[in-house]
Design a binder for this molecule. Structure first.
Ligand SMILES: [Fe+2]
Length: 137
């Protein structure tokens, strides 16, 4: 059930790729805890651990977009904001339901699928732009 990193997910911008790998790793730590039937407090702590990293990673990506005056900034930021809201909703569900199987499956499907889709589209576009910006300096 773990999400696996593969080279197709590399954007070619080192800072972003390193952060994405860390995201995957934190995501998998959370999933493992769920699969091992860890208690609600432990799962919540790991969800928070993932959430903290998501926020700092998004902030770093957005900072790059602002710095280079990226035209896709508003749309990209909107996706980030929506994802943060989804994670907050999930956190509330975990708080009330505990790490139930349906919820774990939903977490895996929703968050992992989103993350991969987001990397493949918006982050790739951003990376192409950043590489172009770096080359023209
Ligand atoms: Fe992004």
């Amino acid at each position: 059930m773990a999400i696996e990193w593969n080279n197709n997910l590399e954007t070619g911008v080192g800072e972003i790729d390193t952060q994405h790998k860390e995201l995957f790793s934190r995501f998998n730590i959370l999933l493992t805890a769920c699969n091992e039937g860890k208690g609600r407090d432990e799962v919540l702590r790991l969800l928070q651990f993932l959430d903290d990293y998501i926020k700092s990673h998004f902030a770093a990506e957005e900072e790059l977009q602002v710095r280079y005056n990226y035209s896709g900034y508003a749309a990209h930021k909107e996706q980030h904001t929506r994802f943060i809201e989804d994670v907050a909703r999930l956190e509330n569900q975990f708080r009330t339901e505990g790490a139930s199987l349906p919820l774990v499956i939903q977490t895996n499907q929703t968050l992992a699928a989103w993350l991969i889709r987001h990397i493949n589209r918006l982050d790739m576009e951003l990376a192409e732009f950043l590489k172009g910006a770096a080359a023209s300096r």
